[in-house]
Design a protein around this ligand. Structure first.
Ligand code: GLU
Length: 319
């Protein structure tokens, strides 16, 4: 048991993917997670989620660190310099931990190989499913639990999901009930090309790094159910989940790393850290709109702040 766990010290994390320059939405997620632990004397971990080897770049990870430092959002552990005892802090270097978790799930007889191509999976989708979610039909699911071992054959590795609901409480959105069979179906833990899936890596890493709370955008609220299912199967301690609104443009569309107008590159040219922090704090109701503010002030305000779950914060292209 870690010192933090024994002494009830909150440990949060920021887990960006280095696939582009941070934008205002990423800064908001970092800020809310930082405030949540720092306002209670906790620790903050920076983990680089570079599993997507085609899109992740070391250059972006360096810029990301530079942007966090410029904002004053210091991490206690992690980052490219691997500060701390739970490293490495780049997911591309943590394959052995994921192997170990996969072997445990294999021993439980919960995995099978799937050779469906994406096109086959999409062909099984109901036409009304317009939110981009892909529910796997179970085409390759063996009728009986697979005989051990099966892992050396080719294809993606999928995990059986149960028919009953996963229940969990989100700090802002309250009680959630998610049926994984209808939400996503049996999901992939390792792709056919050997790449690790986010859902497995995030659980293994958050548990290994002693994370006690996960504060992140509410686009991942339903993914938390997949993650909780994995925590329970692997016998790991679940963190508290707290999903925050997504920062969207004036048309209500979530900011992406491809929109450059609210990227840190542009923001740093036009504004100071206290203006950016003040803007975000004003939009989420931590302080009045239009004020410049410091992290010290925000730490104080955050202690008495009661946020309620909402999905979006709309911003204009200029602050
Ligand atoms: N790496 C993910 C992202 O950059 C975040 C995952 C998480 O916070 O669980 O969107």
């Amino acid at each position: 048991m870690d010192f933090e766990e024994k002494n009830n010290i909150p440990v949060g994390r920021f887990a960006p993917s280095p696939t582009g320059r941070m934008h205002l939405g990423n800064v908001y997620a970092a800020l809310m997670s930082w405030l949540s632990v720092k306002s209670r004397g906790g620790r903050w971990v920076l983990r680089i989620e570079d599993l997507d080897t085609c899109r992740s770049k070391l250059e972006y990870a360096k810029l990301l660190e530079d942007d966090l430092i410029w904002l004053g959002l210091d991490w206690d552990e992690g980052g490219l310099e691997n500060i701390g005892i739970h490293g490495p802090y780049m997911q591309s270097k943590r394959g052995e931990f994921y192997e170990e978790a996969l072997a445990k799930l294999e021993a439980l007889g919960l995995l099978y190989r799937c050779r469906c191509r994406r096109a086959d999976i999409l062909a099984t989708q109901a036409p009304h499913q317009s939110d981009g979610r892909v529910v796997y039909s179970g085409r390759c699911r063996p009728l009986d639990r697979p005989p051990f071992p099966l892992m050396r054959e080719g294809g993606a590795v999928r995990l059986y999901v149960p028919g009953e609901d996963i229940r969990f409480k989100d700090r802002y959105f309250g009680m959630q009930r998610v049926n994984l069979a209808t939400h996503c179906g049996d999901f992939i833990l390792r792709r056919a090309d050997g790449a690790w899936a986010y859902q497995l890596a995030v659980v293994v890493d958050d548990a290994a790094m002693g994370i006690t709370e996960v504060v992140r955008g509410c686009d991942l609220l339903l993914s938390a159910a997949q993650q909780i299912y994995l925590y329970r199967l692997l016998g790991l301690r679940e963190p508290e989940f707290a999903h925050i609104p997504l920062i969207c443009n004036a048309r209500g569309i979530r900011l992406s790393k491809r929109d450059s107008s609210l990227s840190m590159d542009q923001l740093r040219k036009a504004y100071s850290p206290s203006q950016i922090l003040g803007y975000l704090a004003g939009e989420c109701g931590l302080c009045g709109k239009g004020a410049e503010t410091s992290l010290e002030d925000l730490l104080e305000l955050y202690s008495s702040f009661a946020m309620v779950g909402r999905e979006k914060i709309m911003v204009d292209s200029v602050l």
